[in-house]
Write a protein of this length. Structure first.
Lengths: 223, 223
């Protein structure tokens, strides 16, 4: 039983990787930078995307694919910002897979710069699935605690950037951002670390600048 | 492929259910009330158990099985409260299974009243696995947002109690506890709702009283 389970899982991941590679090729050929956002439920992924939409408006064009087990809520929040959004409801599944993104890709307008994918809120399973993104962000909100990287290492190991969110709450919490960052960096040396409060705006400028530079690198073939 | 995956998953859940039924029978025969705690990472499961340890001390005997992907951290925190604790590290797996609990059960002293199981921090996958518990608590911390029950329905549907945690942070957050409770109750009518701040102590007395009454019911055969 155990051997069978492992083989099925390995087949699934290999197929997923192939589909993800096709998506990555397709998006790069269109000059679109794709970012996959991973975190626990309620770490602030949608709120971060809303804040990015406000800041990029009239300057950079973005679109969002939202992943959730149930409800259209997050896509509706993004659409209210004037940003095109598609909701994938997994109906129980704990992560997005590349084939789900592939189904939506034809609807994504050619004339966009960034495609953000908000994964299902889960710090474990989504880490194993490449969605064809160029960058993976893992979010960790201050109320979750600074001890999380070592307890959920795969999400941090697979990420390009760590976004410490809800920094406005730090004064009310037993949370040490330096400890969280150091622990994540011990798992993934070279991880870029940002501290943001999407509600207050702190740290958002640095994140926007990083994204714009990454887009320029992609388009000049230096990605 | 898809059919095969589903069959393997169904077999796994059926086997898990059998093992869980044996664990439930065994624990009830020893007069031990077992509680399975489910939530996102960082919702306050370990902090709630620490607060329960402080309150039950010298009165009720408890033990804790801790589930995490990596690290012994949570078991160490519980042991510092003078409570016996066993750490199960799943090494990547996103949930506990009954067979993992079964392996530890022989080490749990006969003379305890409560066995708490802290599941892996994940609001999705653990909901499908019966661990042989008498009561299932789902925790939702105020910073996660009041929109979570409808987005992660299975965890709330399968629970006996909803514990809204970190209530001391509500003044600093866009969080409406009435909305969170109403949404959870629309998924699972009859769900018991508690509001607690384990750090400040608010609401802990009501939770302790509920647990003690549940233990009395179990021992008088009215469970």
């Amino acid at each position: 039983m155990s051997t069978k389970t492992i083989r099925v899982q390995a087949d699934l991941l290999a197929t997923n990787k192939q589909v993800a590679a096709e998506i990555r090729r397709e998006l790069r050929s269109r000059g679109i930078l794709c970012v996959n956002l991973l975190s626990s439920p309620g770490s602030g992924k949608t709120t971060l995307l809303e804040a990015l939409a406000d800041r990029l408006k009239d300057r950079i064009r973005m679109a969002v694919i939202e992943g959730d087990i149930e409800t259209e809520r997050d896509a509706e929040r993004i659409r209210r910002k004037g940003v095109p959004a598609w909701q994938i409801t997994t109906g129980g599944a704990c992560h997005l897979e590349a084939r789900m993104i592939g189904k939506v890709l034809g609807d994504v307008p050619a004339a966009i710069d960034f495609l953000f994918i908000e994964n299902v809120g889960n710090l474990v399973c989504p880490a194993s699935y490449d969605l064809g993104e160029d960058l993976r962000f893992v979010l960790l909100s201050s109320p979750e605690g600074d001890d999380k990287p070592a307890k959920y290492p795969q999400a941090f190991l697979s990420a390009d950037c760590l976004i410490l969110t809800k920094t406005d709450l730090i004064p009310y919490l037993p949370f040490d951002p330096a400890r969280a960052a150091a622990e994540a960096l011990s798992i993934k040396p070279g991880l870029r670390v940002f501290m943001v409060s999407a509600l207050c705006g702190d740290g958002m400028d640095a994140l926007v600048e990083y994204l714009v530079e990454a887009l320029e690198r992609l388009r000049s073939g230096r990605a």
